[in-house]
Write a protein that binds this ligand. Structure first.
Ligand SMILES: [Zn+2]
Length: 376
């Protein structure tokens, strides 16, 4: 039986005192194993800055706090909206929800006892010398993962909000057909490829350089399967997102069954990393046609319930608390504006221009007592 893909299991263990960014110089890093290409090592004395600072657990033996980040069903949206250049916001995210789960191997000098370097003793995979070893996440790991999630979010918005020209236009900025001059000697060669490129104005990257994936540019073929030039951009983007979902969940998500009270069966998808857990949410959003909005009250992303749909007030706030708080704030603001001499009609216009729903009858009701008070 296929597990319900709206239920995800993932537990993050966050150190009591949090993670920390450390510079490669502070850790005396010799090499960092690339997470995306196996058997390849980046020697830091050649390319030290590309991968950036390292996110580490400064005290691996310290107490940890258990977190269940998947309870927030729109966590992937929050992740996509992170500013990758703001390392403090990335640290705050990891201290709340855990590391992404790259576990990038880092080899350091053993000039101090391994313990002081917060790492264990190991052998340098290239020279065989005794070195310090630890697992970390590079700033490049985070930058690239956020950039990719942003593309996924753009695709989801476009395919789950059909008919919105703006969303589809966003896709044409990301996906394009690149034709190739077919060599007459090989007439069966494909005439081109669908490409994804978040920075189409930049020159085509040098593959060797680009493979380090240290930038926020997402660039590559949409698929290795043949996809005709005449496919719609919607289909092309669906092929891309399905491929990325499969890639991110491969080996990192397993269906589980748990017997709960009364013999009730709970089916869920157990993820082994935070990144896989967030891509499971993308899976659910893609297959379930889900829509997400940012709360007008607190700015938090939330899944819009399909029950009502449309632009109801439920599609504007993450929950009752924000809805009530916003209602009160507008009521108070209406009184203030009325005190400044604005008519009820002008107040309604002001609210609507700020994206809030407002109707004249309600605003008149709000404004009345304050005018009375003024009269006394
Ligand atoms: Zn809210």
């Amino acid at each position: 039986m296929v597990p319900s893909l709206t239920d995800f299991g993932f537990v993050a263990l966050v150190p009591e005192n949090g993670f920390r960014w450390m510079s490669q110089a502070d850790l005396e890093v010799r090499s960092v194993k690339r997470t995306t290409t196996r058997h390849a090592f980046v020697m830091v004395d050649q390319e030290p800055s590309d991968l950036g600072a390292l996110l580490v657990n400064p005290k691996p033996k310290s107490n940890t706090v258990r977190r269940s980040p998947c309870e927030d069903r729109a966590l992937f949206q929050e992740f996509a909206s992170l500013d990758a250049t703001n390392v403090d916001s990335l640290l705050a995210f990891s201290n709340e929800h855990g590391m992404l789960g790259f576990g990038t191997p880092v080899y350091c000098e053993l000039t101090r006892p391994a313990d002081a370097l917060r790492c264990s003793e190991s052998r340098d995979p290239i020279t065989g010398e005794t070195v310090g070893y630890l697992q970390a996440e590079t700033h490049a790991d985070w930058t690239h993962a956020i950039a990719k999630m942003r593309v996924a979010v753009s695709v989801l918005r476009a395919i789950n909000a059909p008919g919105q020209a703006g969303e589809e236009k966003e896709l044409t900025k990301l996906f394009s057909w690149q034709s190739i001059d077919v060599d007459q000697r090989y007439p069966d060669d494909r005439p081109g490829h669908w490409m994804v490129d978040t920075h189409p104005s930049l020159p085509i990257p040098n593959i060797k350089e680009f493979n380090r994936e240290a930038t926020d540019r997402i660039w590559g073929y949409v698929t290795h399967d043949i996809l005709s030039e005449f496919e719609t951009i919607q289909t092309v983007s669906k092929v891309w997102i399905a491929d990325e979902i499969n890639r991110h969940l491969n080996g990192k998500a397993s269906p589980k069954i748990k017997l709960e009270g009364g013999g009730r069966i709970r089916e869920y998808l157990q993820c082994s990393t935070l990144l896989a857990a967030m891509w499971s949410q993308v899976y659910s959003a893609f297959t379930g046609g889900k829509r997400y909005e940012q709360c007008k009250g607190c700015g938090k992303w939330f899944e819009v319930s399909n029950e009502r749909g449309g632009r109801t007030v439920r599609a504007m706030y993450c929950g009752d608390a924000c809805r009530v708080r916003s209602y009160r704030a507008r009521r108070d603001q209406a009184a203030t504006l009325a005190g400044e001499g604005l008519s009820a009609k002008e107040i309604v216009e002001r609210f609507q221009s700020e994206g809030h729903e407002a109707d004249l009858a309600t605003v008149k009701k709000w404004v009345k007592p304050s005018t009375k008070r003024k009269g006394k």
